[in-house]
Design a protein around this ligand. Structure first.
Ligand SMILES: *Cc1c(COP(=O)(O)O)cnc(C)c1O
Length: 232
């Protein structure tokens, strides 16, 4: 069996190649190793291989796992955050990738003010308009970005997307381009800085790097297949 260290090495290598192909500096791209469903021992193997940035998609699971691991690791939340989990989540995660509604952002802002937190976050865009997915449509985001930016406890640093599952990595490219172009136009229209683009998973992360990702979220290619569970 291939080790987690070797998997990490291969993923890093592919990121380096994709960055070179796109003429980008590789240090602009952060690899977030997604550890959901995997036990702390597997995460520790990645830590021993020098990795420090990890992502979880469920608060309950993260609350159990994070304390079992070294305290110098950095954790990102990549899932759909439920309002009743915000208070527990805020102190655990340095970046929230999937903030998917104004109502959620408002609630995060309120609780952050009460608890003295200053959460950093990305806004999730439902790039393919899939009914089954969370996220802002481009139109909703334009309509609501003023209200989002007015939430004074929150630091909104960019956008995130999860394109539809596809057989071919190339199928994701147009959605990554769409996310980047939406970011560029929001920056112009609203005079804001949204430097972070969180896009790309095991199936397509090198394409995402070619199209400007600053954060790639890779689980399976590092830790292997996940045991099945109902829904992330
Ligand atoms: C699980 C998950 C990932 C990682 O998926 P892989 O296909 O295993 O790389 C990335 N992003 C989000 C939001 C996830 O829930």
């Amino acid at each position: 069996m291939v080790s987690i260290a070797e998997n990490l090495e291969r993923v890093r290598e592919q990121i380096t190649q994709a960055a070179a192909k796109a003429g980008r500096a590789v240090n602009e791209i952060e690899l977030v190793a997604i550890t959901k469903t995997h036990p702390a021992e597997k995460v520790r193997e990645a830590v021993e291989a020098g990795h420090t940035v990890f992502g979880e998609s469920r608060v309950q699971e993260a609350r159990a796992k994070i304390p079992e691991l070294p305290s110098n690791l950095r954790w990102h939340f990549v899932g759909h955050l439920q309002k009743n989990k915000i208070r527990h989540a805020l102190p655990l995660f340095e970046l929230f990738h999937g903030v998917d509604s104004l109502a959620l952002a408002q609630e995060m802002n309120r609780i952050a003010a009460e608890d003295g937190e200053r959460p950093r976050l990305l806004l999730e865009v439902n790039v393919a308009g899939e009914g089954s997915k969370f996220g802002f449509s481009a139109e909703t985001l334009r309509a609501e970005i003023g209200s989002l930016l007015a939430l004074s406890r929150l630091s909104i640093e960019g956008l995130m997307c999860i394109p539809p599952l596809a057989e071919e990595a190339e199928a994701s490219r147009k959605f990554f381009v769409q996310l980047r172009e939406l970011r560029n136009s929001l920056e112009k229209e609203f005079a804001v800085k949204l430097p972070q683009l969180s896009m790309g998973m095991t199936q397509d992360y090198w394409i995402a790097v070619e199209e400007g990702a600053t954060l790639v979220r890779v689980g399976t290619a590092i830790f292997g297949e996940r045991p099945k569970r109902q829904k992330d």
